[in-house]
Design a binder for this molecule. Structure first.
Ligand code: RB5
Length: 143
């Protein structure tokens, strides 16, 4: 399972922490940038991560900006993406089980680092329920 990572300047420090966590856990990832805290445009990173998930290169994606909101708006413009902004583990678990969310968005200026790492852990270790009602509802979104 490969995870696609992307951030803007607001999410750079948290992305580095997530990279350390993924390395420690032996989870493969592809880092699409940004590569420092210089001001940059979050939609550029949302697009490349979204495309990598939709084309199957990566199974899941994680996008981080200051609030997580810009990243989620931008990622959800890409057909096939179900990006979920999560600030708690309950939501991260439920959005995998119920929405089959394929991108986790985090707000680095909103969610503390320790909590964010738990949210990441929950998101990547929870599977879609495959329940008929959830499949139907996701289908209705994508019509
Ligand atoms: C950058 O200052 C900030 O606007 C960005 O990280 C994000 O929060 C946008 O939604």
């Amino acid at each position: 399972m490969q995870i696609a990572l992307g951030c803007d300047h607001g999410g750079f420090e948290l992305k580095q922490q997530i990279i350390s966590y993924l390395k420690k856990e032996g989870i493969e990832f592809k880092d699409f940038g940004c590569n420092d805290v210089k001001s940059c445009d979050y939609p550029d990173y949302a697009k490349v991560v979204a495309n990598s998930v939709v084309n199957g290169e990566c199974k899941l994606g994680i996008l981080i900006c200051g609030t997580g909101i810009g990243m989620s708006i931008a990622a959800n413009k890409v057909t096939g993406v179900r990006a979920a902004l999560c600030g708690d583990c309950f939501s991260a678990e439920a959005t995998r089980q119920h929405n089959n969310a394929n991108i986790l968005c985090l707000g680095a200026r909103v969610t503390g680092d320790g909590h964010a790492l738990k949210i990441v852990d929950t998101f990547i270790h929870t599977d879609f329920s495959n329940d008929e009602r959830h499949i139907r509802r996701i289908g209705l979104i994508e019509e």
